[in-house]
Design a protein around this ligand. Structure first.
Ligand code: SRM
Ligand code: SF4
Length: 566
């Protein structure tokens, strides 16, 4: 861009310069770029441009951070590995799909299956040459990593009760529909990873209007909550949907927009934001409403600073009303107001036995930061779930709490299923500690490039410490919700937790308090750079007040607010 050289013009120029990623997307021929050549060259990693494009195909370029120092000192290249995320709408998987994932964990990954906070599955430690075979196997088993990441609509999350209680019903179908309806149309994924041949459509390929050549400014998340269970944290979504009945119009959804929890220490003007209700849409109207929201984000969202490009900033900067007008303009009609507001409800943990569909049962199993593996000298989680899949032909659902539900169990098999879990050392619901059952942690080290501190690997220690603190205060059976992340991106949603710990330095975490199981309140920062081993000490005075002053059944986060302690 030409500049007239004045300070104002230079500043304008800097401010309006789009990020390099925008050009990479636009020039990529619908997400192809140089990926084809780079997948098969001798380099263990890929170029910066290909790195950005690979995300749209569900693939992250990483390096094993535990080995960084040793390798650098030895003047060796870093240990380049890839993470591949499988998008699983509503987290539902058949036994066959589960067994395929289980096989892939050994064949191309580090032996683990990682369940995510958005009901997806990740493979870690994949080498470049393993990516194509991995995707081909997913494709054979009707799974995809396409659009699991990148500046597009990602995996659609949904409360498992919506889909498991009626697998062929309206809401299960709607979740599957939404997952496909907003996927980009480009054939690049199949061409690059599945067929290996340029797709015929390539020359005439036209993307959906809200993607165009440059796709969205940033990622976009859709979640469907159960009206009686906010386990997916509906207020944290770009678009949150709550199924409801309209007195005259029948079945539909309250549509929320503008949620998001990530922040950045590098940009002070970043913040967590809860989504706001903007309309009620019937089932038939929903696609068009979401498309209009996407088009608004595509047209008006920030493309000059990726740290401040999520749709929540557009909603916050324009104001909800002006944002709504923009959506209406693109929809071509006014948005219907929400007549019957939703009363937020607490998240269920989906653990233990519950009735499933028909005569069948389901059991929710606590995984622990989502990492499923056969632990040396510990629980044999992969063996347990693979055995269940083979022996009973069940199906599975990943929860937004990084846990796994085994569903479709006939009443006569309940005991045998329990036995398989027990004999493989899996802790059953009744034996879980009061902090353990609701604790989340993001992946962080050693794979996440953004991690400033540990998370998943230090969760057990944090949980044990907090359970010991509860005991020492004399309330050892009270439940607490704790979420731990290695940086303020907030992948385990600490911004809405009763106790959120957010990595800031190698060993220091910012302590947030006062969110809760309804997910309808942002937690407040109460202390900075706290060591994990000191969290109990910070909390003890507050827990003591909770013990003596709380109302009957009042949760810790609610108490802190009511008592004015934050
Ligand atoms: Fe996340 C980036 C892991 C859910 C906000 N997230 C990352 C990356 C890809 C790091 C990177 O950019 O290189 C992490 C990969 C680490 C690794 O080694 O696996 C990562 N995010 C995860 C997962 C696996 C956490 C987990 O332990 O389960 C979750 C995968 C979800 C999925 O299946 O799609 C995960 N991430 C979330 C959530 C929670 C949610 O959506 O319910 C959030 C907060 C909600 C939100 O989006 O605001 C979240 N992740 C982020 C952000 C902040 C984005 C922002 O601008 O606000 C980043 C950074 C980015 O995108 O540049 C990020
Ligand atoms: Fe990585 Fe930060 Fe997300 Fe944790 S919160 S997985 S450290 S990006």
């Amino acid at each position: 861009m030409a500049s007239n050289g004045s300070l104002g013009a230079i500043v304008d120029e800097i401010v309006v310069t789009e990020t390099a990623v925008e050009a990479v997307k636009r020039d990529s021929e619908h997400l192809r770029g140089s990926i084809a050549a780079e997948l098969v060259d001798a380099n263990p990693s890929v170029s910066h441009d290909a790195e950005h494009l690979l995300k749209f195909h569900g693939i992250y370029t990483q390096d094993h951070r535990d080995l960084r120092r040793e390798r650098t000192q030895a003047k060796k290249p870093l240990e380049f590995i890839f993470m591949l995320r499988v998008a699983i709408p509503g987290g539902r998987l058949t036994s066959e799909q589960w067994l395929a994932l289980d096989t892939l964990a050994d064949e191309v990954a580090d032996g683990s299956i990682r369940l995510t906070t958005r009901q997806a599955v990740q493979f870690h430690g994949v080498y470049k040459h393993g990516l194509q075979p991995l995707v081909k196997s997913l494709d054979r088993n009707l799974m995809t990593s396409f659009a699991a990441c990148g500046d597009v609509v990602r995996n659609v999350v949904a409360c498992p009760d919506l889909t498991l209680s009626d697998p062929g019903g309206r809401l299960a179908k709607m979740v599957d529909h939404l997952a496909v309806a907003f996927r980009p149309t480009t054939e690049a994924y199949w061409e690059l990873f599945v067929n290996g041949e340029p797709a015929v459509q390539r020359v005439v390929e036209v993307e959906k209007p809200y993607y165009g050549e440059n796709y969205l400014p940033r990622k976009f998340k859709i979640g469907v909550a159960h009206p009686h269970d906010n386990c997916i944290d509906v207020y944290a979504q770009d678009v949150g949907l709550i199924p409801t009945e309209h007195p005259e119009l029948g079945s539909g959804f309250i549509v929320l927009a503008g949620g998001g929890l990530g922040r950045s220490y590098a940009n002070e003007d970043t913040f967590a934001r809860l989504a706001d209700p903007i309309t009620f849409a019937t089932d038939d109207e929903l696609d068009e409403v979401i498309a209009a929201i996407l088009q608004t984000f595509h047209d008006l969202g920030g493309r000059t600073d990726r740290r401040r490009a999520r749709m929540k900033y557009l909603v916050a900067d324009l104001g909800l009303e002006a944002f709504t007008r923009e959506v209406e303009q693109r929809l071509g009609s006014p948005l219907r107001p929400v007549d019957t507001p939703w009363t937020p409800v607490a998240a269920a943990d989906h653990l233990g036995w519950a009735k499933s569909f028909g005569q069948t049962w389901q059991i929710g199993v606590r995984i622990g930061a989502g990492r499923i593996r056969d632990h040396v000298g510990g629980p044999q989680q992969r063996t347990a779930f693979a055995t269940l899949a083979k022996r009973f032909g069940l199906h599975f659902a990943v929860t937004a709490q990084q846990d796994l539900i085994v569903a479709g169990i006939s009443p006569g098999d309940k005991e045998a299923v329990t036995e398989v879990l027990r004999e493989n050392g899996i802790t059953l619901e009744g034996d879980l500690g009061p902090v353990e059952r609701n604790a989340l942690a993001c992946v962080a080290l050693p794979t996440c490039s953004q991690a400033l501190a540990e998370a998943e690997r230090r969760l057990p220690e944090l949980v044990d410490g907090l359970e010991a603190t509860l005991k020492s205060v004399g309330i050892g059976d009270q439940r607490l919700q704790v979420r731990l992340t290695g940086c303020p991106n907030g992948c385990a949603r600490p911004a809405v937790a009763e106790i959120g710990l957010v990595g800031r330095t190698k060993t220091g975490y910012d302590l947030f308090l006062g969110g809760g199981l309804r997910g309808d309140r942002l937690a407040t920062l109460v202390a900075e750079k706290v060591k994990l081993e000191d969290v109990g000490e910070h909390l003890t005075p507050l827990l003591e007040q909770w013990k003596t002053q709380a109302n009957d059944g009042e949760a810790f986060g609610d108490f802190l607010h009511r008592a004015g302690l934050l």
